[in-house]
Write a protein that binds this ligand. Structure first.
Ligand SMILES: [Zn+2]
Length: 336
């Protein structure tokens, strides 16, 4: 693969410019309002650096640094691609799928953490595990859960909820599994959960539609910044995705932790940089790579302790997310 192909693939797959905008916005906000939070500021600097330099090695591979931040569109699209590969592809052929949303009354800033914790606790602490019918179904129904939030900036409240995907071969069983879970959820939360705010319905649209990574990145706006920052603080370290009854192959398990250590002995031949104004790593007119001595020196300083490099070819060898999503949609259509 030529370097030009790699860059083309990178461009097709990521919207780096949006990530940069988010990172600068969040960094400015935290520097002004929470200057003591140096780790957060440092993480936003990581996000700014995410894939900003592509490095060509003497083994002909192109590698780049990835930031792994929740607010990074580049890294989120990687997560989504992995998620698709690992889970959604597997359950696409299941005959019956249901979509379940579980939520509680929207908390404000002060009770956000406690509310989120209680939602997670439901799965371990409610008496649902004593329900024999549930225990039996729990052994076979595929269950994927994703924790998500939307923001109400006028009321300063968070709409926190779980999106769940239930799948199996027997419709009655899948539906029953969802009904029992919903029942116990309402019992567990009492007044805090409104029946009308929950729903269980057959999954009709694209499987992907229900899944975001924590929140929609376009919800980050100047007015939502304080809320976004607070949410990121209280969800730190939380497992946002969770799945059960899906067997992963060995290869997929390896993919799960595919952080590539920067342990290569190969030498970097050349490094080139993303140009914000042109939104590219390559001059579209001349086809030349952007090499920048000033940036080069700064980059070496900034990046020397950071270890999260990935090979871009390996990374993009799979179909792009768009193609995959289309394929899922088309299959759905053709089944009708
Ligand atoms: Zn990133």
């Amino acid at each position: 693969m030529k370097i030009g192909d790699t860059v083309l693939q990178v461009k097709r797959n990521i919207k780096k410019i949006t990530s940069l905008k988010m990172a600068f916005m969040l960094k400015d906000y935290v520097e002004k309002n929470h200057p003591e939070d140096e780790i957060f500021i440092k993480n936003m600097v990581r996000q700014i650096k995410c894939t900003s330099a592509l490095q060509i090695y003497d083994d002909d591979l192109v590698r780049s640094f990835f930031c792994n931040q929740k607010t990074c569109l580049v890294c989120n699209s990687i997560r989504l691609a992995k998620f698709l590969d690992k889970y959604l592809d597997k359950i696409d052929d299941m005959n019956h799928k249901y979509h379940l949303v579980l939520s509680i009354r929207n908390p404000g800033k002060d009770d956000l953490k406690q509310s989120i914790d209680s939602m997670y606790k439901f799965f371990n602490q409610s008496s649902i595990k004593k329900n024999k019918e549930f225990v039996e179904l729990n052994k076979k129904i595929i269950f994927i859960r994703s924790f998500e939030t939307t923001f109400n900036v006028y009321m300063t409240t968070y709409h926190i909820h779980f999106h769940c995907l239930l799948a199996g071969e027997n419709e009655t069983e899948v539906k029953r599994y969802g009904e029992i879970m919903l029942d116990y959820w309402l019992k567990y939360f009492g007044d805090k959960a409104d029946r009308k705010a929950q729903y269980l319905e057959p999954q009709e649209k694209s499987l992907l539609e229900n899944f975001k990574y924590l929140f929609k990145l376009k919800d980050i706006t100047p007015s939502s910044l304080p809320m976004v920052y607070h949410l990121l603080k209280v969800t730190k370290g939380k497992n946002l995705f969770w799945a059960k009854n899906i067997k992963l192959s060995k290869l997929e398990k390896e993919l799960k932790e595919s952080k590539i250590k920067d342990d290569t002995n190969n030498q970097i031949i050349q490094r080139f940089f993303y140009k914000n104004d042109l939104k590219n790593w390559i001059d579209p007119e001349t086809g030349e790579l952007f090499i920048d001595d000033q940036k080069e020196n700064r980059y070496k300083e900034d990046i020397k302790d950071q270890k999260n490099y990935r090979e871009l070819q390996k990374f993009f060898r799979k179909q792009s997310i768009d193609q995959k999503e289309n394929r899922l949609m088309n299959r759905k259509e053709s089944k009708k």
